[in-house]
Write a protein that binds this ligand. Structure first.
Ligand SMILES: N=C(N)NCCCC(=O)O
Ligand SMILES: [Zn+2]
Ligand SMILES: [Zn+2]
Length: 319
């Protein structure tokens, strides 16, 4: 018999085949289907289909649907952490925001408003991008009531460039704007997985001057997941953290479907292991961005992104 007090879970794959049923993340219930009282301390998956901030290949506006499509095979139990993310709290799919593709500031305002509305219901938000520009309004929402935010930023790129073609709000600039706006606890922010050519060595010195720490991708070669995880932990201290995952932190072999791919990246196992090591720490929210399905093959990137979201949900369940 179903327990009436238990959170409403995903559709049962033994009665509705996985390739049928709802198009929500992991076949979870929609926001409007869940008991409103159960939403407090729950988690919302939110789509932010937006790619007007991209500098190279576009298409991340189709990311949310692609990640949801690749999430159907996820199962209820996370063995490594011993948690059931969909039973530990109510998890819902809040659908997609309607974001203006021609007006970047308006789209960013809509992301902030949408995220804040969910947070007022007591939900933590895991956002499916969309390009990385959307991290800025999410951080604005978090900092408005919680003060400056510690961030673990997984990315091939620093995303602290100043402007592109004079534009301040792009996918290469969200963390510089966030730093300038005072949204970040800069002693507790770290980029993980950076690599590849830069515009100049000022990119690194500017980033350092802003206050960020960098754990480049090749640290996985010398120290592995355990050393990277303990460096992140030292940087964060005991602070709650926001986790921003640009899927291009993965090697193009593990995530071809993205807009600005860089060789020499993480394996999906390294990324999942590093996220897993955050278990026990409070996550304020998270995003997985830059999935551009037109460049994906065999759902490689979509599946990686869906599993990263699941890993984040498991960590949020284990705290
Ligand atoms: N945030 C991402 N994915 N990419 C930023 C790269 C900016 C550039 O074209 O130099
Ligand atoms: Zn990137
Ligand atoms: Zn990025």
């Amino acid at each position: 018999m179903p327990d009436s007090d238990a959170p409403l879970g995903p559709v049962d794959a033994t009665s509705v085949p996985r390739f049928a049923g709802p198009a929500t993340f992991a076949r979870l219930p929609r926001l409007d289907e869940a008991d409103p009282a159960a939403l407090r301390d729950g988690i919302a998956i939110l789509g932010a289909p937006f790619d007007a901030g991209t500098s190279y290949r576009p298409g991340a506006r189709f990311g949310p649907g692609h990640i949801r499509g690749a999430s159907k095979l996820l199962r209820p139990f996370h063995p490594a952490l011993g948690v059931e993310p969909f039973a530990a709290q109510q998890v819902v799919d809040a659908g997609d925001l309607a974001l203006n593709p021609f007006d970047i500031p308006a789209a960013l305002t809509a992301v902030q408003t949408g995220v804040s509305a969910l947070r007022r219901m007591g939900l933590r938000v895991v956002t499916l991008g969309g390009d990385h520009t959307i991290a800025l309004p999410i951080l604005r929402s978090l900092a408005t009531d919680g003060g400056p935010v510690a961030v673990v930023h997984f990315d091939a790129h620093l995303d602290t460039w100043d402007t592109y073609f004079g534009a301040p709000f792009t996918h290469g600039t969200p963390f510089r704007r966030a730093a300038e706006e005072g949204l970040l606890d800069l002693n507790r922010c770290v980029h993980v997985g950076t690599r590849g050519p830069l515009y100049s060595d000022h990119d690194l010195s500017d980033d350092e001057t802003l206050g960020f720490q960098v754990i480049p991708a090749d640290r996985y070669e010398t120290g592995g997941v355990a050393e990277v995880a303990s460096a992140i932990s030292r940087r964060l201290g005991d602070r709650p953290v926001y986790v921003s995952v640009d899927v291009d932190v993965l090697d193009p072999a593990h995530a071809p479907g993205t807009g600005t791919p860089e060789a020499g990246g993480l394996t999906s196992r390294e990324l999942l292991g590093t996220v897993r090591a955050l278990a026990g720490r409070r996550l304020l929210g998270a995003d997985v961005v830059e999935v551009a399905p037109a460049y994906d093959h065999a759902e490689i990137t979509g599946i990686a992104a869906a599993h990263i979201v699941y890993e984040l949900l498991a960590v949020m369940s284990a705290a």
